[in-house]
Write a protein that binds this ligand. Structure first.
Ligand SMILES: [Zn+2]
Ligand SMILES: [Zn+2]
Length: 307
């Protein structure tokens, strides 16, 4: 049994709260970005141990799990999505889904799941040092992806339609270049990369038209990593795709090794979350606060609930 201490809020939660998340069945307790303490000693964990729950409950026995891809087990049940999550004082989580989070603050721990999505996408991409990597969409997932692409040695490009977010990427993350998504994106990418276009492009926009446009951003022989998921189909022009011998891949959730990388990176101070968490409230304030946090004009990047 866990005692929940922090819950990070993300887009999934807002969509579910608004009743617009097609995969949700209600009632549902939200909350999948968690920091917790062990409430009762059991197995390898003692009461009071600080832990991060890996919220993807996987079967552990299917061929996908057995080859280590527990993030996309066909019978995955994500806490706070398919099954009840952490917006409650006490919560049961299987021991195999707990990881020790010593040396991190509760607030840092509650950002691990969100940042791990980006770490996983960068791992999928097989980045080479010095390679140009463009990330479209600079919400929390895009920000995490930019951090890990930069730490992997890539030259990073942030693409967004929001100039304040681009400012954040420049000042806080230290990206090498920014592209204004309101202007011609391909032209700007060509200029930045000396005409070659980026070898790796990540989409974290959650917008179908932006995902389709991203096929045009990828250099010859490059890879497009779709971190976003949207309802329905996306399409692309085959001659463009074929001429570039492009690899297109999705990136879903994260694995324990991604969680470990994120925690090590936070411990080493290579990612500072002090400006990533922009909004905070107490558990009993959440109903009155939640709608406000879904409004981009409040400058929200990551909201955090304390219990
Ligand atoms: Zn999330
Ligand atoms: Zn499985």
């Amino acid at each position: 049994m866990l005692r929940i201490r922090r819950v990070g809020i993300c887009g999934t939660d807002f969509h579910a709260f608004a009743g617009k998340q097609p995969y949700f069945k209600y009632p549902r307790i939200l909350g999948h970005e968690l920091s917790a303490e062990v409430a009762e000693s059991s197995g390898n964990f003692q009461e009071g141990d600080r832990v991060v729950p890996v919220p993807y409950i996987h079967c552990g026995t299917c061929p996908t799990c057995l080859c280590g891809k527990t993030n996309c087990c066909p019978s995955i049940r994500t806490l706070g999505v398919h099954t009840d999550g952490g917006m409650r004082e006490l919560m049961p989580v299987p021991e195999k889904n707990l990881m020790r989070a010593d040396g991190l603050s509760h607030e840092q721990v509650a950002t691990v799941e969100c940042l791990a999505i980006g770490a996983h996408a960068v791992n999928r991409a097989g980045l080479e040092a010095g390679q140009w990597a463009a990330i479209a969409g600079t919400g929390p997932i895009g920000i995490g992806t930019l951090h890990f692409a930069r730490l992997a040695g890539a030259r990073t490009i942030a693409i967004d339609i929001n100039p304040e977010r681009l400012d954040y990427c420049r000042k806080i993350i230290g990206v090498d270049a920014c592209v204004d998504g309101r202007e011609n994106i391909v032209d700007q990418l060509r200029e930045i990369t000396g005409g070659q276009l980026p070898g790796r492009v990540f989409d974290a926009t959650g917008v179908p038209a932006a995902m389709e446009a991203a096929f045009e951003y990828v250099g010859h022989g490059g890879r497009l990593i779709l971190v976003s998921i949207v309802k329905g189909s996306i399409s692309f022009a085959d001659p463009l795709f074929h001429a570039r011998e492009m690899t297109v891949m999705s990136s879903r959730n994260a694995t324990k090794s991604d969680f470990n990388l994120v925690m090590d990176t936070l411990r080493e101070g290579k990612i500072d979350i002090s400006s990533f968490v922009t909004h905070r409230c107490q558990f009993d304030e959440i109903i009155s606060t939640f709608d406000n946090w879904s409004n981009p004009s409040t400058g929200v990047i990551k909201g955090m609930v304390s219990l």
